[in-house]
Design a protein around this ligand. Structure first.
Ligand SMILES: *Cc1c(COP(=O)(O)O)cnc(C)c1O
Length: 467
């Protein structure tokens, strides 16, 4: 064994203790660490001949790189839809690295890691009040979950014509209907060879809505003359957290033949709250659902899962099977994750979610979701009181979409946001909503409090003076 590796092997305890200190340093100062910075690093492109050892590398990291890390897991990072990491999820994540398993087969010979993954999916189904006729597995993010789900949808579409697209490629014009698809669904259509422009945009409900107009959906379906189609629907759009009407879509299933996919990356968590669960009412009838864990479940990146109805397992295996490796056997008899999702080797990605679900239970997640939604309302009300701001959409859940009041101030919105983000006190994302430049603040972090809202409002007032 290489001598540096050998030294490290003998010094594990010390190395992990020092690593823990670095972690605590960051996590306990998160409130004060800037949410953005303008520094960059001097790239050091030469790899040293002699290794530094873990502690040497840690020292360089702490000096050169750690100070540049932004507080994206912190309470005032409201850009995109960015969750933090609960303490238990960090335990799970660290242990996932320590145990370094590769969850594949459910059989005992492969260790229990795949069983932990299956158990975690069941806990999530229970948290979200979904039936267990869904099977699921972990992928890196909602983008990969959409890819996985739409991959099986593509196979289903081919099967309606007696064709196996996975084997022979796409040989029928695919019909895809959607109103407000997330960019990652469009990207998935590109990656799947369906084509990123190959979908029909259905109208949204008149007025201040991003949800699908059911009447226009039916009109589009009628135009297909009985041909099958894929519906990509939304549980929580990123701008205004709007939801398609899942009860209405469920009813359409009786009349028409389609694969129903729901992107519920963050909006699915409405299900944990008595106040908001009506938003997803009827979603259990979908064929596939995408949900992110690194957003509202507050576990570290990279964590999301797909849900696909068990009745589609054959289509799923046709899409992703890797069973030309002879040692893997019949994919239907010997369940193996590598036959049902894109990746082959994977880390024990379920473990952070498993730990966090066990640690905080249903009540913990109800509290996180309801804290986020009440802070979104609180922030929105505080904005309205300031008079220089206006909301672009009502607050439906946890996202606040707003702008500077008055059409004449549209040209100032971008500079305002740049200056605001430059303060490092808060981070928000620019958006375009109904042809107006806007700003989006998304509340999903378990650590955010009313005090944070107060700090941000003060900062916003100061920044207004600068533009
Ligand atoms: C965030 C998000 C995605 C993409 O998720 P990643 O985890 O970044 O891959 C997809 N759909 C919706 C609705 C989202 O909010």
């Amino acid at each position: 064994m290489n001598t540096v590796l050998h030294q490290d092997l003998n010094d594990f305890q010390n190395i992990l203790d020092k690593t823990k200190e670095t972690g605590i340093d960051f996590l306990s100062n998160l409130e004060d660490i800037p949410t953005s910075n303008k520094y960059s690093i001097d790239p050091q492109n030469e790899l040293n001949e002699l290794g530094l050892g873990s502690l040497g590398a840690l020292e360089e990291f702490n000096q050169r790189l750690a100070p540049l890390m932004v507080a994206s897991p912190g309470p005032r990072y409201w850009g995109f839809v960015t969750g933090g990491s609960t303490p238990a999820s960090i335990v799970g994540d660290w242990l996932a690295a320590v145990y370094d398993q590769n969850p594949q087969a459910l059989s005992a010979q492969g260790g229990v890691s795949a069983l932990i993954e299956a158990e975690t999916i069941n806990l999530l189904l229970e948290l979200l009040n979904l039936p267990n006729d869904f099977s699921g597995g972990f992928v890196t993010g909602a983008t990969m979950s959409n890819f996985t789900n739409l991959g099986v949808a593509r196979q289903w579409f081919g099967a309606q014509f007696g064709k196996d697209f996975a084997k022979h490629g796409i040989s029928e014009k695919m019909n895809i209907l959607t109103a407000t698809p997330h960019s990652s669904s469009v990207k998935s259509l590109s990656m799947l060879g369906v084509g990123s422009q190959n979908f029909t945009l259905v109208k949204t409900i008149e007025g201040n809505r991003e949800a699908i107009d059911i009447a226009d959906l039916e009109r589009n379906i009628e135009e297909l003359n009985g041909k099958p189609f894929i519906l990509i629907s939304s549980a929580g759009t990123v701008n205004t957290a709007d939801f398609d009407d899942f009860e209405a879509i469920s009813k359409l299933r009786k009349k028409y033949k389609f694969w129903w996919h729901i992107d519920a990356a963050f909006g699915g968590f409405a299900a944990v709250s008595e106040k908001y669960k009506h938003l997803v009412s009827g979603w259990e009838a979908a064929d596939s659902i995408t949900i992110d864990c690194h957003k509202w479940l507050n576990v570290p990146y990279e964590s999301a899962f797909y849900l696909i109805k068990k009745e589609h397992i054959n289509l799923q295996i046709e899409t992703f099977q890797n069973s030309n490796a002879p040692y893997l056997g019949n994919p239907l008899e010997n369940f193996n994750y590598l036959n049902v999702l894109p990746e082959n080797s994977r880390r024990l990605r379920a473990l952070p979610a498993w730990f966090s679900l066990k640690a905080y239970g249903k009540e913990g997640y109800r509290d996180i979701v309801e804290n986020s939604t009440s802070l979104a309302l609180h922030f929105a009300n505080a904005l309205i009181e300031e008079e220089q701001f206006e909301l672009l959409a009502p607050i439906r859940l946890n996202n606040v979409c707003f702008t500077l009041k008055g059409i004449e101030n549209q040209e100032k919105v971008s500079q305002f946001l740049i200056n605001l983000n430059d303060t490092g006190k808060v981070f928000m994302t620019p958006t375009l909503y109904q042809n107006r430049k806007g700003i989006r603040a998304s509340f999903v972090n378990w650590r955010t409090s009313e005090e944070d809202v107060k700090i941000v409002i003060e900062e916003m007032k100061n920044v207004l003076e600068t533009i």
